[in-house]
Design a protein around this ligand. Structure first.
Ligand code: 4NP
Length: 145
């Protein structure tokens, strides 16, 4: 799960998808394309909306996406077009590029919709992001199990 800061959207996506998959069979992780928040916990508004829906993401720590993630993971879900372009720019080959997917394309195929960045908005933005990610992760989990 990849966003810009790895403190708002992608930690939520990580927590939500983890909650829908058997823990012993899948590794779900998140990262940011930037190095702005390395080592930081998720934004308190993401922690709060996750807690509201029964998930604890408070122990996650921000890290930056790296080329090694193309080897470590089968699927790389990005939140928006900017994340997509940043991740694709690190891809070494066609196989790397094919791993990169807009997370909302599992809900709205081929539309390349963005999960809006809630960082500069209010709590409502985080609730909205949670619902979008929950819907997408339900479909992703069903397709993987
Ligand atoms: P995220 O949100 O990409 O969903 O984690 C952001 C968090 C921090 C910043 C931008 C977006 N920032 O500019 O610090």
């Amino acid at each position: 799960m990849v966003c810009l800061g790895n403190i708002c959207r992608s930690p939520l996506a990580e927590g939500i998808l983890k909650s829908k998959l058997p823990q012993d069979k899948f590794i779900v992780d998140s990262a940011g394309t930037s190095n702005y928040h390395m080592g930081s916990p998720p934004d308190k508004r993401s922690v709060a909306v996750a807690r509201k829906y029964g998930l604890d993401i408070s122990n996650l720590k921000g890290r930056q996406f790296s080329v090694a993630d193309f080897d470590a993971f089968d699927y790389i879900y990005v939140m928006d077009e900017s994340n997509y372009n940043n991740v694709i720019s690190l891809a070494r080959n066609k196989q790397d590029k094919e791993k990169v997917k807009f997370i909302l394309n599992d809900v709205y195929p081929n539309q390349n919709y963005n999960v809006p960045d809630p960082y500069y908005g209010g709590d409502h933005g985080f609730e909205n992001v949670y619902k979008m990610l929950d819907e997408a992760c339900s479909i992703i989990a069903k397709s993987l199990i």
